[in-house]
Design a protein around this ligand. Structure first.
Ligand code: KG4
Ligand code: ZN
Length: 334
């Protein structure tokens, strides 16, 4: 039996988890500093890293406690190496390396995006590659072909803003609190997706890439125009139109990727995968094509350390380990 302690501090969540054999979560603790960033309308890196320093020890302690294990039982420590905010990454990574050094436990650095993929392997015990995975969060929008555990081919990615970033920024203009994604998703279910004409990024282009900055600008102009005319912006209709513009391209590209690679399994991951609008639309499209859709529960969609422990475990099965000289890599790619 292998017990992996996962540590994740890439953004504003301080998280630790204990995972057995890469698939069974014994504990998963997530402490968020999101409340502290709300007044600023976005994550303030300096505040996030200070809060990580305060939380890392109690969060790791709690994860070990809830799993009913001690550090002596842990056979592997996995921590997020990147991508993310450098000051945030450093706290979790250095803490993990310190523990590994002091307790002589093997250590492995994990790519945060790879972690998001593994949320699906945690949630669905019998799921195996190959599959196509759409990872959509506040920082990333990536379409990956998972050939086997640990072997990925990137099919496409955003050329500018991430999908979640676009939702959060437009939401801020609409006066919604940060992060606006969940509220836009909730409002969208009550609105008319055709009410506001918004562009689909890279429409008509033969590519698996995404672009959301044009949509963000168009949405902001639409809001300003309405305000200048003294018109009230219907929150539900605007949210529905915005979600439709985001989800249309996400679903379209993902289905194309599954068709081209010939896989039958489609995975969703990342914070935006919590969106009910996205889940419904992807579910409809997948069932039309006879694909199986896998989505993690919401607690595993957003940042957590169980996914990092799982990804680390599967890498360690291939004999991989990281040196204790491993540094944080804010721009790390898969
Ligand atoms: O994966 P995550 O927790 O952090 C990053 O790695 O970025 O994702 C956070 C993002 C935010 O942009 C947030 O607005 C979005 O996920 N999000 C949602 C929903 N829940 C979180 N977007 C749409 N619908 C939701 N229900
Ligand atoms: Zn994330």
């Amino acid at each position: 039996m292998s017990l992996c302690l996962g540590i994740e501090t890439s953004c504003d969540e301080t998280a630790a988890a204990v995972v057995k054999d890469g698939r069974t979560i014994l504990s998963s603790v997530v402490a968020s500093s999101a409340e502290l960033h709300k007044v600023y309308g976005g994550v303030v890196p300096e505040i996030a890293s200070r809060r990580h320093i305060e939380l890392i020890l109690p969060v790791v302690d709690q994860a070990l406690d809830e799993a009913g294990v001690s550090l002596d039982d842990v056979s592997l420590i996995a921590a997020t190496q990147g991508p993310g905010l450098v000051g945030s990454l450093l706290v979790g990574l250095m803490f993990a390396k310190g523990l590994a050094l002091a307790k002589h436990i093997p250590f492995i650095g994990v790519n945060h995006i790879e972690g998001h993929i593994y949320a699906n392997f945690l949630a669905h015990g019998d799921l195996e590659p190959p599959a196509v995975c759409l990872t959509v969060s506040g920082g990333h929008t990536e379409l990956l072909y998972i050939e086997e555990f640990g072997a990925y081919r990137r099919l496409g990615r955003t050329r500018d803003d991430a999908a979640g970033e676009c939702l959060d920024k437009v939401g801020r203009m609409l006066g919604l609190p940060y992060p606006a994604g969940p509220e836009i998703d909730r409002l969208a279910l009550e609105g008319d997706p055709r009410a506001y004409p918004l562009p689909r990024g890279l429409a008509g282009e033969q590519s698996f890439d995404f672009s959301f900055s044009g949509l963000k600008t168009a949405a902001l102009q639409e809001i300003n125009r309405a305000r200048q005319r003294g018109e009230e912006v219907s929150l539900a209709d605007f949210a529905a139109s915005l979600m439709a513009a985001v989800v249309d391209v996400l679903v379209d590209r993902t289905i194309q990727a599954a068709l081209e690679t010939g896989v039958r399994r489609v995975l969703l991951s990342g914070g935006v995968a919590a969106s009910r609008v996205l889940r419904r639309r992807m579910e409809d499209a997948c069932s039309r094509h006879g694909f199986s859709l896998y989505v993690p529960p919401i607690s595993l969609c957003t940042d957590n350390a169980a996914m990092i422990a799982s990804a680390g475990y599967f890498r360690s099965l291939k004999g991989e380990r990281s040196p204790l000289s491993l540094n944080a890599a804010p721009g790390l790619r898969l």
